[in-house]
Design a protein around this ligand. Structure first.
Ligand code: GP9
Ligand code: MN
Length: 432
């Protein structure tokens, strides 16, 4: 175990990317509000269905200089879906190749996660707001290990049947009904809102929708636009509140899509809506569609706009901690700060496929980005480069798995870090 841990520490300290001094601490002491956009893919941004914007509010955010908006940001989840996204965002380690890390290991593993780091290094309080049962994805057991002080799950909200969609409280109600708890939190806080309405199979009752569905032969594709529109309105209402309450001006606000909403098998039907032909649809096209939104509002910063660098969910924690003015070099993190000049732009998927700014590699096939053409005769240089990248991807995933499967963080205490005592947290009566 000691030898394994040393290999990991060597890798992560060598791979570490130093922050850009212009961004380091830009959001120091600000609240951090993370908004999880369920199943939300990047192609929805600025997309018009029959001439109508599906997500006008998120589009405005995306196109504004008050947001750093990433156009080449990918989800990297496996079967653990939402829970894998949460794990990557808050620990900068990967989910597992099979199953969900939260479910398989989350009860017993040692975590050095966002809530505890922010608490210990910046005095942050922390909470998750989520309108489903606390037991879903084993969150009730995992969050204490992450150092979450509060977890407002379904039991904190009015669950009248007309308030619910399939995965819990409707998003507009989640935001609205969370305010009474949010307002009692000590600042600075780290607060995460996990939405659910835009979840497969994308059903929402008629009174909540005013957006016309698409017209393909696949109902889940058709209704995806309807629930995405509803989510957009929910986020707008929450932003209205944040602005009115003044929280907007002293909070870093982060939005991300957790994973695809339309699966690869359905993409051939989606193709027509994206102006593509389903007969030439390829693995390359599937990989491009794994882009999800990632946007950051930093109070006082107006030089944002669309960022071109490639990255993924694994990169979020070092990025946010650096913005908060927290050095990450002593932590075991597999991602790198998206704003760092040393940022690693290789995006690993959980099945060893990967994307770089130049190539998309699926199995043994190399595609050229942009054209999507298969590189049939790579030059010796190109071949060598892709081989190296591929080896790095496999190594990184393997080291992350060894860290988590063997629970190695229990043997590594970063200098000055206090191991989390999960028994401190009990989510029964938060703020009652
Ligand atoms: C439910 C929600 C859904 O609590 O977070 O998770 P998913 O099915 O998207 O993994
Ligand atoms: Mn999800």
């Amino acid at each position: 175990d000691g030898a394994d841990l040393n290999k990991i520490l060597q890798y992560t300290s060598k791979h570490h990317a130093k922050p850009d001094p212009k961004m380091f601490g830009a959001a120091k002491n600000k609240n951090i509000i993370v908004i999880h956009l369920e199943s939300f893919q990047q192609f929805l941004i600025n997309y018009k269905l029959d001439g109508k914007e599906v997500t006008p509010f998120l589009n405005d955010l995306y196109n504004s200089k008050d947001m750093y908006s990433f156009e080449n940001f990918f989800h990297q989840v496996g079967q653990g879906k939402t829970s894998d996204a949460e794990n990557m965002l808050e620990t900068s380690t990967y989910g597992l190749p099979q199953g969900s890390l939260f479910s398989a290991l989350g009860t017993d593993n040692t975590f050095q996660a966002a809530p505890s780091i922010l608490n210990q290094e910046g005095g942050y309080s922390s909470a998750v707001f989520h309108g489903n049962n606390g037991s879903f994805w084993n969150r009730n057991s995992v969050y204490p290990n992450m150092g979450y002080q509060n977890f407002f799950d379904a039991s904190y909200f009015n669950q009248d049947s007309n308030n619910l969609s399939e995965y819990g409280l409707k998003d507009k109600l989640l935001f609205h009904d969370s305010v009474k708890y949010l307002e009692r939190m000590q600042q600075p806080f780290y607060a995460k809102f996990i939405t659910v309405s835009n979840h497969f199979p994308y059903n929402l009752d008629k009174e909540n929708t005013d957006f016309p569905a698409a017209d393909t032969s696949d109902n889940s594709i058709n209704n995806y636009f309807v629930t995405a529109h509803y989510l957009d309105q929910a986020v707008k209402e929450f932003f209205d509140y944040l602005k009115k309450s003044g929280l907007y001006d002293n909070s870093m606000i982060v939005l991300y899509g957790d994973h695809y909403g339309i699966s690869d098998t359905r993409n051939v039907k989606l193709a027509q809506l994206l102006g593509k032909s389903s007969s030439t649809w390829s693995d390359y096209d599937n990989a491009q569609l794994q882009r999800v939104p990632f946007m950051i509002h930093v109070p006082g910063k107006h030089d944002g706009g669309v960022q071109k660098q490639f990255g993924g969910e694994i990169d979020v924690l070092p990025t946010l901690l650096h913005l908060a003015g927290i050095d990450t070099s002593k932590y075991v993190q597999f991602g790198t700060d998206l704003f760092s000049p040393e940022h690693d732009q290789t995006v690993a998927f959980r099945n060893d496929n990967f994307v770089t700014p130049k190539h998309t590699v699926v199995g043994n096939t190399i595609y050229e980005n942009g054209t999507g053409a298969v590189v049939t005769h790579p030059s010796a240089d190109e071949k060598k480069k892709v081989k190296e990248e591929s080896a790095r991807v496999t190594r990184q995933l393997g080291l992350s798995d060894s860290l988590n499967n063997k629970n190695l963080l229990r043997f590594y205490v970063p200098n000055g870090f206090k191991p989390v005592d999960p028994k401190q947290y009990d989510y029964q009566n938060d703020f009652d």
